[in-house]
Write a protein that binds this ligand. Sequence first.
Ligand SMILES: [Zn+2]
Length: 356
Amino acid sequence: MAIIPEFLRELMIACSPSGHEFEAQKVVDRYMAKAVDEYRKDTIGNRFAVLKTNDQNPMLMLSGHMDELGFSVTYIDEKGFLSFDAIGGHDRGIIPGRRVRILSQNGNVLGITGKRAVHLLDDDEIDKVPKLHELWIDIGAKSEEEAKKLVRIGDPVVYETPETAIINDTSNVTGRAFDDKAGTYVVMEVIRRLIGEKYALNCNITAVASAQEEVGTRGAINAAYSCMPTVGIAVDVGHATDFPDCNNKRFSKIELGAGPIITRGVNINPIIFDRIIECAEKDNIPYQIEADTRPTGTDARSMQITRGGVPTGLISIPLRYMHTPVEMANLEDIENIIRLICSFARSLKPEDRFEF
Ligand SMILES: [Zn+2]
């Protein structure tokens, strides 16, 4: 039976909306700071775990973002109800009726996202998706004064969702914020697995737990500049398109449990793409190919155009229900991405060239 790795579970439980990644940073610090040759942080909140072999060897940068979606308190009214804005790209239709957790200065404050009950809506409102200012967070306070004792303007908010759990004895696992704490886990786990064989490697590796990806791949901009990679691989989640009403003429065919998604397109260096495929074939790792004709909405976007350009690849974990309170991924896919990136790292040599 499949088991959820403890490092992954702890990352997923950690609440880390963009710009407020504190809980996830602590988990990465605890697992990585003492396990690597060099460990550092920067002023946007990134974490860097470095495996050093030799200065002459190429530097492989791996990036998996540790921030997640959330909300931010924008106003407290005279009755103690909170207005809020979104952090990242939410599906507004599923925001109402949720238990939420406000990460306040004095600890967690619980609330619910309120909306007028269905009986009290006008006919033309019933089929409409509410705007954010038509919703509120109710923390049970009786007044503005009482609410302000618990919450400050700008406090981040996350959905309160069930713990990470395997569903019905499958290798599928459900939980909050696989996007992209699962990617953070993958890049850090690659370093943990390769550190014991580092004298056989011909590359250095910096694994980055990046900040603020959900608001414009911002942490990766700083990270890719400062760690001067020879090669970059971003690890994110990708859409599994095996849902009931999917039209594969619209979306690349991607299934949960069928292996890592390897992206091909303008954001990806074609020589890196070929190398990743070669590694998957050599080590018998299942994979799926996704075409993307635009700069991707991942850290690969920033990495590719840093300094004089970084040859970049993107490998993704198939995910159902992205950007909702409960996502679903597959543990074998996650393990296979770790194996694939280890294989890619072992293949790198100082004489490799990626210009084309
Ligand atoms: Zn995302």
